[in-house]
Unconditional design. Sequence first.
Length: 334
Amino acid sequence: MELDAPVAWRRSSLLPRLLLVPLLWSGLALGALAVVSSPHRVLHDLLSEQQLLEVEDLSLTLLQGGRLGPLSLPPDLPDLDPECRELLLDFANSSAELTGCLVRSARPVRLCQTCYPLFQQVASKMDNISRAVGNTSESHSCARSLLMADRMQIVVILSEFFNSTWQKANCANCLTNTSEELSNSTLNFLSLFNQTLACFEHYLQGSIHSLMQLRNYSEVCKNCREAYKTLSNVYSEMQKMNELENKAESGTHLCIDVEDAMNITRKLWSRTFNCSVPCSDTVPVIAVSVFILFLPVVFYLSSFLHSEQKKRKLILRKFLFTTIYLAKTCILKT
C-alpha cells in the first residue's frame, strides 16, 4: 500500500524525534532530570552538547540510509580520492604539531633546537603531495586537487609560511649539512650557555640576603666571570666562522636560538648584575687613544712653526736686499 506525500513527510519528520526518546529515558533513569524553569533547560540537562550533535548526525545518517534523502552525491561535486585525503590529513597533522612547537618555543626562543624534526616531517609531507609518485594519473590528480584547485591554495600558503619562518630564523646555521641534527658548535654553545645560567642562579641563591638589602651582585660577577667570558668568546668565533662561510651574502646571522641566548646572557650580565669584564689590552688601547688625541696638537704646532720659519726667511731676505741697495747707493755717490 503506497502512502501519499504528506504521510511520508510526517513519518520522516517523526524519525529524528523518535531517536531522542531512548536518550531522554536514559537521562531520566540516571536522575538527570531536575526541576527547571524552561523546556530548553530540561533538554540541556538531559543531553550534553556532544550528545546533541551525535543525535543530529545519527538522524541525518538514518534519513539518507532510509532512502528518505538523496541516494548519492551529485557527480559534479568535487571530492578527494582516499589516497589524496590521506596525504592531506598527514600534512594537516604534521602542520598542527609544528605550529604548536613553534608557539611553545617562541619565548625564550628555542625554535631551531626543538622543532627541527617536525619541520623536516612537514617538508616531507609536502614533498609527498607535490611530487608525482610514479606515472599514474591519480598522483597528478592529488597534486592538482590539493595545491591548485582553488584561489586560496591553503596548503601552499601554509607550506610557504613554514619555510619563510625557518629561513628568517636561520635555523640552517644551527644544524649539520644534512639538517638531521644540531651541529657540534651549536651543542657546545648551548652547553656553555646552560653552565653560565647555572652559575648565575647558584650565586644568586647564595647571596639572597644581600640581594634583598643592597642588591649586591659582586659574588655573581666574581665567580661567573670566566664562564661568561668563555661563552662570549665562543659566540664571537661562531660569528666569524659564519661570516667566512657566507661572504657572498651580506647581513647573515646566526640561528635565532644562539642569538637570543647570547642577548639574554648579556642583558643579565650588564644590566641586571651590572658586571663588566676588564680588557686585557688596556695599555695599547690607552696609547692609541692618546696618540689620536694629540694628532690635532701636533698638526697645529707644525703649521705654526712652519709659518714662523717662512716669516723669518722673508725678513732676512728683505734685510739683505736693503743692505745691498744701500751699499750700491753709497758706491755711486763716491
